[in-house]
Ligand binder design. Sequence first.
Ligand code: ZN
Length: 638
Amino acid sequence: MKKHEIFKMKNRQLIALALIAISFSCNSKQKDTETATIVADSASDHFDKKGKLPSSFTIAKWEELKNTLPFEDKRDFDEAKKGFIAKQNFTQIKNEQGKVVWDIGKYDFLLEGKDYNSIHPSLQRIAVLNMNFGLYEVIPGIYQVRGFDLTNFTFIKGKTGWIIFDPGTTSETAAAALKFINEKLGERKVLAVVYSHTHADHFGGVRGLVDEADVKSGKVKIIAPDGFMENAITENVYAGTAMSRRVQYMYSARLPSNIYAQVDQGIGKAIPQGTVGLIEPNVIITKDIEPLTVDGVKMVFQNTPHTEAPSEMNTYFPDMKAFWAAENIQATVHNILTWRGALVRDPMEWYKKINEAIFLFGGDVQVMFASHNWPRWGNERVLEVMKDQRDVYANLNNGVLNLANKGVTINQVHNIYKVPESLDKKWHARSYHGSAANNARAVIQRYLGYWDSNPATLFPLEQGEAAKLYVDMMGGASKILTKGQEFYGEGKYLHAIEIVNKLVYAEPENSKAKDLLADCFEQIGYQTEGSSARNCYLSAAFELRNGITDEQMARSTSPDVIRSMTTEMYLDLMGIKVNSAKANGMNFKINIVVPDKKEKFAVEMRNATLTNMKGFLNPKADLTLTMNHSDIVRCKNL
Ligand SMILES: [Zn+2]
């Protein structure tokens, strides 16, 4: 067997973990009073030499939004600043080699008290709110370090040490947050870490907080929801390479942070570029509702599987009447289907788990805090946000299915589904990380799939071939460019995209077509409220204008996550890595015996497909391999 012909095993092509996900946080010098309007008047202001300023149509839309959105409700600004204790005297966090892994200072343009018409006014609002950074007291005994990572670092004061809720994305940012709070509030040992869910920004920084040996000895507890390890790995690994590419769009990894590019992610500023690790938890919360006391702190965990993540849990602190909403409730509506790609989520289950929290804890609760954004105080306000977010997800599920049952398809629903007006006026029910249009399509995908029931769209012509046909039928490239320019000049960007996109597919080297398509994407990006969608449009514009360099391609990452894979996950991944066309005609059976895990597997290559069966051996194997799991995970080329 020539393995190298079957498996593409190059490290960099491997497992590109889309260590990613999610959402936002912030204090300081921003003015929430009157602001100056900035209308840039020179294309030289743009970071990209081909970049365009907001068009008159984009500006008109921006002005209308400024006048119609509920800017008079400034409660978020008070809440985002409440409890401020101290601000760090640095804006950058570096790794051991001196590389900057986090830089909140690059967003200083958001603190100048100016309004930018290249940013949707609602998006700029949350982008400014997420600039409240430093150390905050949620209530006595609960503290948050915000603006050190995409994720908040939350510290619960026990009798003798810290219990940390969510270790952030990278060990560098986590270590900096721990150092900062210990400097300000006094040195305390970390006794426990809670992973609220399976996304990398909620476990990746753990090695900056604790030593693995202390976890193994039981000295430090790592507490996680049921199914954590399996879901943390599988959600990111099997489609990881594709996910890593897509995450660069969603988080605009190739763009600078400025008024024409990336400004926020809704749940926080950005993903830090440091070291992502993972230590296996030693306490798993398996019951739906499970109490646990650590270092004198009483906690009641509420497992919320199949909500924002496949494994996730909220926590209530009954003695403090404080509710930790994990990533189930933020200052933004989240994704039912994330732009980076993942299994589609369940808005029905999501709303029911929020509802369960309302009925379990809502009578007492006095403060709600979470892994992104800022807390809410007072029973009435907490319940207002909890109930509105419950209703957002419930309405998405019910409202979209109501439309679907009336015949609305996945290719129509984004133009038809509307968030109820009463919710649309609430800042915390708007979509800065997710998008109502994308979520509406996701609900149909979840229940009915991608197909709109029209056989014409079931198995369409190959994309490039179809594009050539359209271009030919429309009279060729110059006619399309002329009409596309006309649409662009009228502010009809979607119309222009409809035809120019075909030309780009038919003629990938046509730079005029690519530039015009980029110009259209850019204006829509400026007009878009959701950060993820804005980033996708602006990243695509940048790529059309500048191409993709090798350095910008996705990289494999996180040896910790790879080491945490089970033998079965490795074999499943091998099955995915098989080049089926090259494996055609191959037939073999391999038995794999794994002594250190007491496992055995029957592996078979047949019909150009590699399958595995745990717990069994092939009666007549061509080969038996005996190797420890600890050796498999050291295999550099796997
Ligand atoms: Zn998150």
